[in-house]
Write a protein that binds this ligand. Sequence first.
Ligand code: ACK
Length: 301
Amino acid sequence: SKTEDTPDVAYEDVKPSSEFPRNQLNIKEKLGQGEFGSVYKAEAWKISGGEGVKTVAVKELKGMSSPTASTAFFKELTVLKLLGTHPNVVSFLGCCTDAEPFYLLLEYVSGGSLQSNLRTSRTQQTYGNLHGGSKSLSSRDLTKFAWDVAKGMTFLSSKKIIHRDLASRNVLVSADRTCKVSDFGFSREGDEYERTTKTRLPIRWMAPESLFHRKYTTKTDVWAFGVLLWEIVTLGATPYPGMSKREVMDGVQQGYRMDKPKHCDAKLYNLMQSCWEVDPARRPEFRKIQRTLDSLMETEH
Ligand code: ACK
């Protein structure tokens, strides 16, 4: 037993483990299909020091029996555990890794994806204008969405985390309309690790160096953020409309960039274009993007 003069206590002894007892989890309906498996809504009993039940999102991780997959998963888990929380990033609450299926427990975000929020607001606008006091989104709401995502990405990039799949479908909207970055691959800058399970590449969100050299950095996330801005402004349109993936790849390589969408503020389009600089070093940092959006919001009411 430990006495008062026990010199060192291992960190793991003090810090509560992120392993959550499966029998304290009540899985409810399926929310959808994720990259590695299904995502469920669930009730967790006494999670992260809380009392009673808390609604959480459970990500089922299949195929973890292969050594490659599980090594990658546990490495990613280490990063998640140390990440800390941020209001604009979906937070990690724990995991069940004692047996298969492995579960990742995440903050439950009730409002659906940013993409679906944008697309839903679009039909409403067909019938009314942006400021009609309906559920529609004003241009300030849209800038706020972009600003939220930029803040989440400033946080992730400060932790040297590369998202690799930043797009409006991977941003969730909370009940109070806060955007939270979700589904990050949590690979670290300098990591050699490649997501081999990823068969469908997000071509339309990818920087040239990712497309042609499989290179991923925070600056390739910045490129994707530029495309996400375009998605926001167009209320969830598919980038490079009318172009096939092949045409997008060829176009981007030859310097083709998307035009300014109708009704898009010139300053916002400038920001997008700066994210699409061919030289990654010339693309802005997320912190800078956040400041630009800050000043844009000041001019909107
Ligand atoms: O677009 P959605 O409604 O939001 O459908 C997808 C589905 O699961 C597959 O990814 C939803 N989803 C993912 N993570 C969460 C979460 N943390 N909270 C609530 N829903 C989530 C996502």
